[in-house]
Ligand binder design. Structure first.
Ligand code: GLN
Ligand code: ZN
Length: 749
């Protein structure tokens, strides 16, 4: 029995990579200092794998920003607007692709399957040429060899997944026309690394989707070509996030040596494993790479034994997917409740679980390790910490009328009377720049260096400034700016019962942005108001309406590590009840507009058709449960971003929010296409300012976007706003951009 991983976290135990890259962007650190940090992170991962006695050592999974972007650079697929000279891409150019430059807008970013990791979307056009550029995989492979590591297994994203995830930037151009040209460069890449390794891992996670016939056929075609080009290497085709059953026959006919299967999410394929095993050496993804709970090792051993391949020398056991999606090391956590901590495993601990499994399956004596594991699993199963009778009662009392409001048309009249907003109202999404002062104040309070009274006074001062700035800019609906929130999910995680938070449990979200998902270990209870004091304070400082700002139940669910001992739906409804109480308290306190963000709605959607409808059904219900407890004149907003929402727009409409703000500017409003066919019933603000780029959009440019929007959205339904919150921007950029945005709106008014 052998062990391996598909990939490891690459942000550094203390987010070194983030910190160094950001310092590099600000010219505070040199390129060589940045490269040094990157090298150390790679070394850490290599050493970890060696220490844990891995049979294959993964390389090439490091990235300065994103692995899909890396492939774009490797293939020389740099969009024309970046004026690339065809030579090696320097790091500063590399960073300008996802961040934009003053001359070129950024490449689009979207969610990686059903995760909160974002990748940079490749762009394709007719007659595009490709060229092997920065061979980062070869470089990292050689680097690892020089450091003395052997049994190296380079990893790369496969050509079909790469094309699938990209977009054609020309109307009516079929990106699959580029397949042959792209395969050619892939072959050059593979041939360059082939002499240096036995195994090559090629990730084709799209094999877990329900693929159309022509893409399935492309698999056979492509992998025959690849196998011919590197006949002497073992190819491990990695699939994850679901089962591959809808593409089983295609996979069985592929000329590759090994298949990695996700047996956690794709548990259904367990009964088909024997078919795969006759054909391939298997990598069994049995440890959950998407969550932080300890694995039940005995259960896994039984599973592997039942498959009947435990003595087979060619079988690997592995986490279900790359460990990119979990924090690095649980040992860094000093403050976690020890009982809760004993239930958890982060990336390093999961690697350790792998080693124990290997030893156990190879007949070594690990009885005490296994006994300890069983004790931890049992302690969680029996713990009182998981249940709260109060919420169980409330869940039983949920009744049908708690899911609906009076019809929108009627509400609209009442809301207009109350709010008296102008045509094309302007607003923002919630957060304003999280300045150093703001972050330091929060930190000092957290460390106990600042009393609660002093903390509140300071925060209120920030709110004063934020309100004043918005009035000066001339926005119509204001926000308090969220200075008290380190993160839109963690903030609520700290206040709700049933959640715990970590000190250092960071996970990469996009580029240098990391998130620290809280952990839902038990029943959710809201024991006190969470936002009312801040919002009412902000409202007391202005005559304009201030939006109450909350995170919705689905986003709280998706952006936390959730308990796996009850259906996700039940947890979502518990969260919805907590948010509902907060919404009602805000209304009672005189807040007229309340925004409940659901950026993760699409991300939470299962990858397979039959499960999607069921999910959307309960997800929409959870949102409605959270938001339907208010009077008709109270305006409910929601916000969504960085996913493709086109295909679920009807479900979004069913959420019945009075207003939705939705990210659109990076795709140049391509989202709007859907409104030609679908008459969105309520109000909508497609974002016209790309907040993930430091670039300041001009008035003209934003007018252009508003014009596009007005072609498909009636003026009385259109709102003007940025794509998302502004917490990652600085004030000068923000003020300049928002002034332009308001001016653009005014010119139409
Ligand atoms: N209200 C949040 C903010 O502005 C929304 C963030 C998000 O959509 N990710 O920061
Ligand atoms: Zn957003």
């Amino acid at each position: 029995m052998k062990i391996q991983v598909l990939g490891l976290p690459r942000i550094g135990v203390n987010r070194e990579l983030k910190k160094t890259i950001e310092a590099f962007w600000q010219n505070k650190l040199s390129l060589s200092e940045l490269e040094e940090t990157a090298r150390n992170i790679r070394k850490f991962n290599l050493n970890l794998q060696k220490q844990m006695d891995f049979d294959l050592i993964t390389v090439g999974d490091f990235s300065y920003y994103d692995q899909v972007l890396d492939m774009t650079v490797t293939l020389g697929a740099i969009p024309e607007r970046f004026n690339w000279n065809g030579e090696d891409v320097e790091l500063s150019t590399y960073f300008s692709l996802p961040r934009g430059s003053q001359d070129a807008y950024a490449m689009e970013m979207t969610k990686w399957f059903d995760t909160n990791y974002h990748y940079i979307v490749p762009e394709f056009y007719k007659n595009q040429t490709f060229k092997l550029t920065n061979n980062k995989i070869l470089n990292e492979l050689k680097e690892a060899q020089e450091l003395g590591f052997s049994n190296l297994k380079p990893v790369m994203i496969g050509p079909l997944t790469y094309i699938f995830l990209g977009k054609s930037i020309q109307k009516d151009f079929d990106k699959w026309e580029l397949l042959d040209t792209i395969i050619d460069v892939y072959i050059q890449l593979l041939q360059s690394i082939a002499p240096h390794c036995n195994w090559i891992q090629i990730d084709e996670p799209i094999l877990t989707l329900e693929l159309p016939k022509h893409i399935q056929q492309n698999f056979i075609y492509t992998y025959k070509k690849i196998k011919n080009a590197i006949p002497n290497n073992n190819i491990m085709l990695a699939t994850y996030f679901e089962d591959v059953l809808s593409n089983k026959d295609i996979i069985l006919s592929l000329p590759v040596e090994s298949i990695h299967l996700d047996l956690v999410r794709g548990w259904k394929q367990v009964e088909f494993v024997s078919e795969f095993k006759d054909k391939f050496s298997l990598s069994l993804g049995v440890i959950n790479g998407r969550n932080i709970w300890k694995s039940d090792l005995n259960k896994i051993i039984k599973l592997v034994e039942s498959i009947g391949i435990h003595l087979d020398n060619n079988t690997f056991i592995a986490p279900s997917c790359s460990l990119l999606h979990v924090p690095i090391d649980l040992d860094c956590e000093q403050k976690l409740n020890p009982e809760l901590k004993s239930w958890m495993a982060f990336a390093v601990q999961k690697c350790r679980e792998l080693r124990i499994l290997k030893q156990a399956l190879n007949g070594q004596d690990v009885a005490s390790e296994l006994a300890q594991n069983q004790q931890d699993i049992q302690s969680r199963a029996k713990s009182q910490l998981r249940t709260n009778p109060l919420i169980q009662e409330k869940m039983k009392a949920i009744s049908p009328e708690m899911f609906s409001r009076t019809p929108y048309k009627q509400r609209k009249v009442e809301q207009q009377k109350l709010l008296d907003l102008p045509l094309l109202p302007t607003t923002t999404i919630g957060s304003f720049p999280q300045t150093k002062e703001i972050r330091q104040t929060r930190l000092k309070y957290k460390k106990g260096e600042l009393s609660e009274t002093k903390y509140k006074t300071q925060m209120k001062k920030f709110i004063d400034e934020i309100i004043e700035k918005q009035e000066k800019i001339g926005l119509d609906v204001l926000v308090h700016g969220e200075p008290e929130r380190s993160d839109m999910v963690e903030y609520f995680g700290l206040l709700l019962e049933g959640f715990c938070t970590t000190e250092n449990g960071w996970v990469q979200s996009y580029g240098t942005r990391c998130v620290k998902p809280p952990i839902i270990y038990g029943d959710i209870v809201r024991s006190k108001p969470m936002t009312v004091e801040w919002i009412t304070y902000a409202q007391s400082r202005t005559k304009k309406p201030v939006k109450g700002m909350l995170t919705g139940p689905i986003t709280l669910l998706c952006w936390s590590f959730v308990r796996d001992d009850q259906p996700r739906k039940d947890t979502a409804f518990q969260l919805a009840l907590a948010i509902r109480e907060e919404v009602q308290d805000l209304e009672k306190a005189g807040i007229k507009i309340i925004q409940i963000d659901e950026p993760a709605l699409k991300e939470g959607m299962p990858l397979k058709g039959q499960k999607q409808k069921d999910y959307l059904n309960w997800a929409v219900k959870a949102f409605r449960l959270a938001t339907s407890g208010v009077k008709e004149q109270t305006q409910i907003h929601t916000h969504m971003c960085y996913s493709e929402f086109e295909d679920i727009i009807e479900w979004i409409a069913k959420m019945d929010a009075d207003v939705i703000s939705i990210e659109a500017s990076r795709s140049k409003m391509s989202l709007l296409e859907v409104f030609k066919e679908f008459n969105y019933p309520n109000e909508i603000g497609p974002g016209i300012y790309d907040i993930h780029s430091p670039r300041i959009p001009s008035v003209e440019e934003m007018k252009e976007l508003i014009k596009l929007a007005l072609e498909v959205i009636p003026q009385e339904k259109l709102w003007i706003n940025p794509d998302c919150g502004l917490k990652t921007r600085n004030w000068p950029e923000t003020i300049a951009s928002l002034k332009n945005m308001v001016q653009a709106a005014l010119s139409f008014r």
